[in-house]
Design a binder for this molecule. Structure first.
Ligand SMILES: [Zn+2]
Length: 88
């Protein structure tokens, strides 16, 4: 992996610490409701990397194979739920 800011390969993996609650940062697609997210449904863990060279912070979303396949089904802007159902 390269730093997107300076292209250095000197990245270290870490975590974002939230000292108020200690919750891990997660990625929630807008289409996933807060009710589902509360139960961990449809949200993905995030891996964080810091560039030692320039200090740029970058994050990767750890999509499950199932979610990645579902989102890759459509290129560009993702359709809403009704459009997905109609296309099947
Ligand atoms: Zn960098």
């Amino acid at each position: 992996m390269n730093c997107v800011a300076c292209e250095s390969t000197n990245l270290i993996e870490g975590k974002i610490l939230d000292e108020s609650g200690g919750a891990k940062p997660r990625f929630k697609p807008l289409e996933v409701s807060m009710w589902k997210a509360v139960f961990g449904i449809g949200v993905q863990e995030v891996t964080v990397f810091a560039c030692v060279h320039c200090g740029h912070l970058q994050m990767n979303v750890n999509f499950s194979d199932e979610d990645r396949q579902r989102y890759l089904e459509f290129e560009g802007q993702q359709p809403d739920l009704l459009e997905r159902i109609e296309s099947e």
